[in-house]
Write a protein that binds this ligand. Structure first.
Ligand SMILES: [Zn+2]
Length: 153
């Protein structure tokens, strides 16, 4: 279970795991997670991110600063890149390889950055990674749900 607490020092709402006794705020304050202080509860991290945003908006009137907790890109590992490249290499022509590369990245990491994309395309021997990505975006095959991060539609 997760909960939302408000930092007594800076007044920012923060998502915490209810099993933990304390949680450190961005401002450096160590917040004691006490049931009476929990403003809302959530089962999933995604739900929690929405609640933190709402409560911060209630307090400050500006949801912009809130970091999406659920949308953090997954950790990259070399095996994942190798799998994506191997799958893409099995696809037919260059166009299909490029699409398979995007699908592989979305499958492994959910969101991928341009660096991830270039790394795969380099391994596939496909040049102009930027152009290839823009083609996929224009073709509605890939979109950019947050700046600098991509996923397949
Ligand atoms: Zn704080």
């Amino acid at each position: 279970m997760f909960g939302v607490v408000v930092c007594p020092q800076c007044g920012r709402a923060k998502g915490v795991e209810l099993a933990k006794k304390t949680s450190s705020c961005q401002c450096g304050f160590e917040i004691r997670v006490h049931p009476s202080r929990v403003r809302a509860q959530a089962v999933t991290a995604r739900e929690l991110a929405g609640m933190v945003g709402r409560i911060n908006a209630e307090i400050h009137g500006a949801p912009d600063e809130v970091q999406p907790i659920a949308a953090k890109p997954r950790k990259r590992d070399r095996d994942a890149f190798a799998r994506i490249v191997a799958d893409a290499n099995r696809a037919g022509d260059r166009r299909q390889k490029v699409r398979e590369a995007a699908e592989g990245l979305a499958r492994e990491f959910v969101l991928f950055s341009f660096d991830d994309w270039r790394r795969i395309l380099d391994a596939l021997g496909v040049s102009n990674a930027q152009d290839r990505l823009e083609e996929l975006v224009r073709g509605n095959f890939v979109y950019e749900p947050k700046p600098g991060y991509y996923r397949t539609v």
